[in-house]
Design a protein around this ligand. Structure first.
Ligand code: SAM
Length: 415
C-alpha cells in the first residue's frame, strides 16, 4: 500500500483506515464541485452480455458486432477493439474454445470476470502486461470480501462458480477457496459501468476506486467515460475530509437504502441522513419518495398509515385514503409491469410504450407526484422513446421529471 500511497500523494489524496469502515480515501487538499478527484481503468471488465443482448468486449457498443470465430463467446465491433483485447483474450479464447457447447452457455459475465482476473494476474506476473502502483493484483488481494459474514447458500453458490472457473482455467496450484473469495469481493467491490444516460453496459473492477466508502449524502459521484471510471466532486471537499460516493440510489427512503447496503455490502450505514431515521423530515422524505399521494389532486401532502390500519392520512389536509383502493391499483400496476418488462426485453417496444403509459397513468393516481416509483416508470418510457427516436414525446417526459429533480435538490439541502 506504500506504493499506492506514494502515487496518490501528487493527486492530492491519501489513504487512511477507520475502525468502523476499513480503508478510506481522504482529500489531502481542497477539491471543488466538478473537479476530477481520481480516475482509473478497470483491472478487469466485461460487458453484460446475455442471450438477448450482446456488446463489444472492447468498447461495449452494440453495433457491427462479430462473434470471435474461435471461442464463440466474445463479440467485437471491429479489429481495433479486438486488437486492444487480444493480449488477454488470446489465452481466454483457447480456454473457452475447449469447453463443450453446454458448458460455454454457463460462462456468464461474472464467471468471465474471474477467469480474466486470473489470466491478467498471470500475464502481469510474466511481465506481458505492465504492473503499476494503481494496476496490480495486490490491490485486488487487499479488497474486502466479507467471507465470514455471508450465508451458507451464497457460499455454496460461490463454491459452484469457483469450480467452473477452476475447470476453465486448469491452472496448477489454484486455490478454490481463493476463487470463491474473489466472487465475494466482486459482490461488494465491482462497479456497474454505465453510459451517460445511466444505462448499464457492463461490470468492472477498479481496485483503487473501490477504496472509496459510501455515504447516502456523498461529496463525490462515480461516472464512466467509456470504461474509464471517473470520480468527481459534487460538493466542496475540504482538505483532510473523507471522499465518499453513494453505492445505492440516493432517492430512496432510509429503510430501503439501509436494507440494500446491508444485503449487498454487509454494513449498516451511519451517515448524517441515516442518523435521522424516524425524525419528522426523514419520515416526510421517505413518504414522498416511496409513499402515496393525497386523494385530493390539488393537495401535495404526504400520507402516513393510520393507527387503526384502515388507510392512509394526508399529513397536510387530513383526508383519508382507503387501503383497499390503493391495494387494487397496486395489483393492476404489478400485472402491467410484468407484461411491460416482457415486451421491452423481447424487443416489442411499441407495445411496451403503451403498457408503460398505462402504468404511469395508474401510478399518478396512487403515488406522490415526486415519487421515485413514478420517476422510474418515466425513465423507462424515456429510454424506449429515445430508442425509437420519438423525440417530441421524449421531451415531454423530460419536462415532467425536471420538477422532481428540483425537489430532490431541496431535500438534500435540508440535510
Ligand atoms: C468498496 S469497499 C470500500 C473500501 C473498504 N473500506 C476497504 O477497506 O477496502 C465496501 C466496503 O467498505 C465498508 N464500508 C463502505 N462504506 C461504509 C460506511 N459508510 N460505513 C461502514 N462501512 C463502510 C463495508 O465493509 C463495505 O462492504
Amino acid at each position: 500500500m506504500e506504493e499506492l500511497q506514494a502515487s496518490l500523494q501528487p493527486r492530492g489524496l491519501t489513504l487512511s483506515t477507520f475502525p468502523d469502515k476499513g480503508r478510506s480515501l481522504l482529500a489531502a487538499r481542497d477539491f471543488y464541485p466538478g473537479e476530477v478527484i481520481i480516475s482509473q481503468d478497470p483491472y478487469v471488465c466485461v460487458p453484460n452480455n446475455s442471450l438477448t443482448e450482446s456488446r463489444c468486449d472492447g468498447c461495449f457498443s452494440k453495433s457491427n458486432l462479430k462473434k470471435c470465430s474461435a471461442c464463440h463467446v466474445v463479440w467485437y465491433c471491429g479489429s481495433s477493439c479486438q486488437k486492444l483485447e487480444w493480449k488477454l483474450h488470446r489465452f481466454e479464447c483457447q480456454l473457452l474454445a475447449k469447453l463443450d457447447k453446454e458448458r460455454r452457455k454457463s460462462v456468464t459475465p461474472t464467471i468471465r470476470m474471474i477467469v480474466k482476473l486470473y489470466l491478467r494476474r498471470k500475464l502481469q506476473n510474466e511481465n506481458v502486461i505492465p504492473v503499476t502502483a494503481m494496476d496490480n493484483y495486490n490491490l485486488v488481494e487487499a479488497l474486502v470480501s466479507h467471507m465470514s459474514d455471508i450465508d451458507e447458500k451464497q457460499l455454496l453458490l460461490y463454491a459452484q462458480m469457483a469450480n467452473l472457473v477452476n475447470l476453465i482455467l486448469q491452472l496448477p496450484n489454484i486455490d478454490i477457496k481463493e476463487i470463491a473469495e474473489n466472487f465475494s469481493k466482486f459482490a461488494c467491490n465491482a462497479h456497474t459501468i454505465c453510459d451517460s444516460e445511466l444505462r448499464s453496459l457492463g461490470t468492472g473492477l477498479y481496485p483503487v476506486i473501490s477504496i472509496i466508502n459510501h455515504s447516502c449524502l456523498p461529496n463525490a459521484v462515480l461516472v464512466f467515460e467509456g470504461r474509464l471510471a471517473v470520480v468527481r466532486a459534487v460538493q466542496h471537499i475540504p482538505k483532510d475530509s473523507e471522499v465518499s460516493i453513494s453505492y445505492v440510489e440516493t432517492a430512496a427512503s432510509t429503510i430501503t437504502r439501509q436494507k440494500t447496503l446491508k444485503e449487498q455490502y454487509l454494513f449498516t450505514c451511519t451517515c448524517v441522513r441515516c442518523n435521522k431515521l424516524g425524525q419528522y423530515d426523514d419520515i416526510q422524505e421517505s413518504a414522498i419518495l416511496e409513499g402515496y399521494r393525497c386523494r385530493d389532486n390539488g393537495c401535495s401532502g404526504f400520507l402516513l398509515r393510520e393507527s387503526d390500519e384502515k388507510g392512509f392520512v394526508c399529513q397536510q389536509c387530513g383526508l383519508i385514503r382507503n387501503k383497499e383502493e390503493i391495494r387494487k391499483i397496486a395489483s393492476d400496476i404489478k400485472a402491467l409491469s410484468d407484461k411491460a418488462l416482457k415486451c421491452s426485453s423481447s424487443g416489442n417496444l411499441q407495445e411496451a410504450i403503451v403498457l408503460y403509459k398505462n402504468i404511469e397513468k395508474l401510478q399518478k393516481e396512487v403515488c406522490h407526484p415526486f415519487s421515485i416509483i413514478l420517476m422510474r416508470t418515466r425513465e423507462k418510457l424515456l429510454e424506449i422513446l429515445m430508442q425509437l427516436e420519438e423525440w417530441k414525446e421524449a421531451l415531454a417526459i423530460c419536462r415532467l421529471t425536471i420538477p422532481v429533480y428540483e425537489s430532490r435538490s431541496s431535500f438534500n439541502l435540508n440535510h
